[in-house]
Ligand binder design. Sequence first.
Ligand code: ZN
Ligand code: ZN
Length: 503
Amino acid sequence: MICATLALFATTCLQGTPSQGPLIRRSTWSGDQLARMVPEAFWDRAHHAGADLLLQPGQVLRLRLPTPFPCRSAGIWWEGTVGGWRASWEAGEDTLVPLPVASDLAPELHGARGPAAAAKVSGLLHSYRGIRDVIYLEITGPAVLSSLSLVTIAIGPGGAPHPPPQPALLPSGSSPSAGYPKPGVESRSTWAADPPACNPGYCTVTHLAVHHTAGANEFLSPGYAQCAANVKAIQSYHMYSRGWCDIGYQYLVCVHGRIWEGRAGGDDVIGAHDSHNCGSMATAFMGYFHSPYSQRPNSAMLGAMAELGAWKCDQRGVDPLGSSWYAGFGGLMDNLYGHRDVGSTSCPGDLLFAELPGLRAAIDGLLSGGGWTLVLDNPQANFSGNWTTGTSSIDKYGPDYRWASTGATPSRAWWTPSLPQAGRYEISMWWPAGSNRNPDARVGLLLNGRLHSTTVDQRIQGGRWNLLGTAWLPAGSGTPIGLSNEGPTGTVVIADAIRLIRR
Ligand SMILES: [Zn+2]
Ligand SMILES: [Zn+2]
């Protein structure tokens, strides 16, 4: 183990771009300067050969790097080969996380003539616990390093607003429009995007590309505002490290399943993401879905991608299951492909790449209308608390139903549908109506470990299917739907039947 603190007297390149964007700086050390930072006790010829820092296999160098200003995000560029990088905004070895190379920023990409030149570029590390002025970096050998740059990003004025969270169970009655509807997208203004540095170009979209951002701690983002700040930092990094006009991806999807607008210009704008670009709309999943992290894309992310893909495939007549000529690539390619299909990279990671067949099928399912239907009556539900079987209401579903008094012993009914495939499902509930019912009966959907709830007025609309909302659900039986007796005393709730239709 070797530890060193690098002061910024080394070589500091002050370049602040984009001009109106957040403060961004690069601090650079040569291999020679790095080697001189190694404590004397460890100093020998093996650590230093000409201008390079050398580390033996398994040898570890820890650096404590002060940042030139308080900042939130950082990445590194390096020239040479390194066994591994880890980094943290906190002191303490257990907080170090791997900092993998961001292959979407590889120097061979079209138009990649920025300050990073031939250097390898890592994904970003963000601080979710306030601004920081020190970053901890660990280099594991074998390594031959001729230079190391630390790129630090502060978040400038503007910031992101905090809209209310979108419930999984949405109100019914959205008016149908021509074509498959475009899902909700967080516009560039929500993440305070900088304007593009040059005019956009256009190619009609024939293909959908799936990437990951290689920013592993983006997958750990605690909420909306931090996701917005992450997108902003990615834009700054893209524009600064490779000199791109704008963020490379057309869309990004965060861990919460929100879709973020990327590159400015709208439909068919050309991005910078796979070295080919013309005709391909890129969506980057924010995280790292590959060893050593092996983060796993969740159903909210996959559902968002499926909705976005269904909209674009419908709009441009793209068959999500087919392949066609990809103009930028100059060859046939699956209409929905992963970055690694068109270049030498691990992107979008083994675990996300494995989801692509399911995504193609899900998009096809959305466009073909589905229609698969499942009804679960009260005998198929699990009950806890105090429930009584009733038969007297004539507008019941099937021969009977169960009822529970509100506000008494906590009582729950859970229906657990078994879904043959992932997709968008319309969820409805049936109850017999009556004047003694709870006007605010709480109904919930458990999805990805979170309960999304809404209320129904069981005094009215009896004897029919009432739409609770639609949600993108994973295959299997991990998304139970529940009814609760919570609320003031004096009324009852009725557990009768639920229905799911794949749309
Ligand atoms: Zn990629
Ligand atoms: Zn998010």
